[in-house]
Design a binder for this molecule. Structure first.
Ligand SMILES: C[S@@+](CC[C@H](N)C(=O)[O-])C[C@H]1O[C@@H](n2cnc3c(N)ncnc32)[C@H](O)[C@@H]1O
Length: 235
């Protein structure tokens, strides 16, 4: 279901052969393999996350042997690599407590002219309302987070050595064969408490987001904000 999200990542991040890229909050590494394949044997992807349990195996199983996994929080990155061409992060920055330190650290490890691409839930959006009203109640670990506003993100860029960011509202279709797959997928993705059924998860997504029948099945339209910024080329 995330093929459109991979296409979206490629469109904004533009990973190119031979580049080195840092992924922040890589989760289960769904994007890591796709990025590393674009970088090729001469490139490097450092996939970081505070919890690297799900990333074990990625280093040995990737196509070109070009992935390194690092266990680190974005605001305390100590990774032993620098001069990255780009940084990619999806769905993770809203979990980071000290975003000023995180953005500053991103700038320190990126070369002049390097890129920062963050795809996340931003405050005031439909997706933020869905998370605050449903996921915060239904997720078995809660969802106590701090969504970036575009204004604060622009201030962070100015304060930490990034150029003025551009924001894009991207809606990617998550495609499913059957209607019932949608609720079940959301139930698993957001670790719903046992009292929340797949149908409850479907209903909340249907209320806040958009779900429709397509020629080949069903699509949940997932709206994310993408922020793209660069470091000044002269350092
Ligand atoms: C919703 S998942 C997104 C995973 C992956 N990027 C994706 O798009 O499928 C959020 C990820 O953020 C990570 N995370 C939580 N706190 C973080 C922090 N302080 N710094 C970096 N990542 C963090 C979590 O461990 C989790 O893997």
């Amino acid at each position: 279901m995330w093929l459109s999200d991979i296409a979206c990542m490629k469109r904004f991040l533009k990973p190119a052969e031979g580049e080195s890229i840092l992924e922040v909050g890589a989760g289960n590494g769904y994007f890591s393999g796709a990025i590393a394949s674009e970088l090729g044997a001469s490139g490097l992807l450092v996939a970081s996350d505070p919890s690297t349990e799900q990333l074990s195996g990625l280093e040995t199983e990737c196509e070109f042997g070009n992935i390194r996994v690092v266990s680190a929080s974005a605001d305390a990155l100590d990774i032993g690599f620098s001069g990255f061409d780009a940084i990619w992060s999806r769905g993770a920055i809203h979990h980071v407590t000290d975003k000023t330190s995180a953005f500053a650290r991103f700038a320190q490890v990126t070369r002049p002219g390097g890129r920062l691409v963050i795809a996340d839930i931003f405050s005031g959006t439909t997706l933020a309302r869905y998370f605050d009203s449903f996921i915060a109640q239904s997720c078995n670990t809660g969802h106590e987070v701090a969504f970036l506003s575009k204004e604060f993100a622009a201030s962070l860029c100015a304060l930490t050595g990034w150029g003025k960011p551009t924001f894009y509202e991207e809606i990617t279709p998550w495609e499913f064969e059957k209607r019932e797959d949608i609720g079940r997928f959301l139930q698993l993705l957001f670790s719903a408490k046992p009292e929340y059924s797949a149908e409850d998860c479907f209903a909340a997504a249907d209320e806040h987001l958009s779900i429709s029948e397509t020629a080949s099945g069903w699509a949940l339209m997932w709206p994310m904000t993408v922020m793209a910024a660069s470091r000044p080329a002269h350092g």
